[in-house]
Design a binder for this molecule. Sequence first.
Ligand code: ZN
Length: 209
Amino acid sequence: MLPSEGMILKIRQVGEQVLRQKSRPLSTDEILSRSIQELIESMRETMHDAPGVGLAAPQVGYPLQLLVIEDQLEFIQKLPPEQVAERERRPVPFHVVINPKLTLQGSDVVEFFEGCLSLAGFTAIVPRAKKVRVECLNERAESVIIDAGGWYARILQHEIDHLDGALYIDRMNSRSFCTQENYARYWKDRSIAEVIQQSSHPRVRLCDE
Ligand code: ZN
């Protein structure tokens, strides 16, 4: 059963199988169907309510290759300007991505803390490609090519990972994993290099030498 229009959906938390499944693509008829159009509307409301900058269908219980993204000016204005500049974060209008094919562009990798609505209360440093290209369909089943850089490229990689059953914890620098509360308390004003250095690995001895 798909939701009726304008419902705020329950966001599934890590440990639910749907977050670890591979999602299936949607046909044109399905995309244009009332039930998928209503799901898109509910996902938009759920993302706004959370609030978040992206939401993938598996996060609300549907293993479908569908996601929504919107990075609002209002969110960005609340951040320190140097953080916005460093992350290359710019407003992204609401849009829908269906059946995406992701290609990483170039070899530049950037590391920043990121979070996920399905791992509520946690964050970690995750390396991501700086630039990507996404070929997909929109909510009218039209072909779209997205060339993205900076924070938008990160959002796309994060959300498309959800469609493959992958979460940021599969890619994170695991030593940087922390609660949002401790991030705010200890790490938010430090550079990524500093965080990595200060949380870096002591020599692990697997056996007595
Ligand atoms: Zn997520």
